[in-house]
Design a binder for this molecule. Structure first.
Ligand code: ZN
Length: 190
């Protein structure tokens, strides 16, 4: 293994710190960063004041198909794709910036957050692994998350067609599309 430069090492620490502050689990950190596990654990301790939680990561793509989770996953993933493909962010920057925007959007609109950082990260993995895809709603044309094996044509999104159990309160306040800042700071690729 080649030795990282001091600058690249420092950048990795900054990236790790941002992810830990947003609630990343160890599995996320180890898979995204080139830092050794013992340093990640120490960093986690310093930032959170406790040991990283143990346990398995969520692994079901079905989780993203329930009504509210699907709306939130679609909001997050659309933002992630914009940051990565149109704003020139790296995967990791798109993940952290996209998740911050999602968190701010929920706070600003009084919505209970459905995704945590691990769910957001897993969502991106499911897209990369061709388990999930985006399709356009035939009513509002908004793009939303469906299984890869689902036929993409003619679907209606969870905002346009909430389940009847969602009730009046939820129908009265559908989450609005998340505004994506066009002046988002560009970061160097990689
Ligand atoms: Zn729709």
């Amino acid at each position: 293994m080649t030795r990282m430069s001091i600058i690249e090492d420092a950048r990795e620490v900054v990236r790790a710190s941002a992810l830990i502050e947003l609630g990343a689990r160890m599995q996320v950190l180890e898979s995204e960063l080139a830092l050794p596990r013992d340093r990640l654990i120490r960093l986690y301790h310093e930032i959170k004041g406790e040991s990283p939680p143990k346990g398995m990561l969520p692994s079901s793509a079905d989780w993203y198909m329930t009504w509210q989770a699907n709306i939130h996953a679609s909001l997050f993933y659309n933002t992630y794709v914009f940051l990565k493909d149109s704003a020139g962010c790296s995967h990791l920057d798109a993940l952290t910036k996209g998740f911050r925007l999602y968190r701010e959007h929920c706070a600003h609109n009084g919505l209970e957050m459905q995704l945590d950082l691990t769910r957001a990260w897993t969502l991106v993995r499911f897209f990369n692994g061709a388990i999930l895809q985006l399709t356009s709603c035939r009513r509002c044309a908004g793009k939303f998350v469906i299984h890869k094996y689902d036929a993409p044509e003619g679907k209606v999104c969870a905002i346009c067609q909430p389940p009847s159990r969602a009730g009046k309160r939820a129908k009265a306040k559908p989450p609005r599309p998340m505004p994506v800042p066009l002046d988002s700071e560009r970061s160097p690729a990689g």
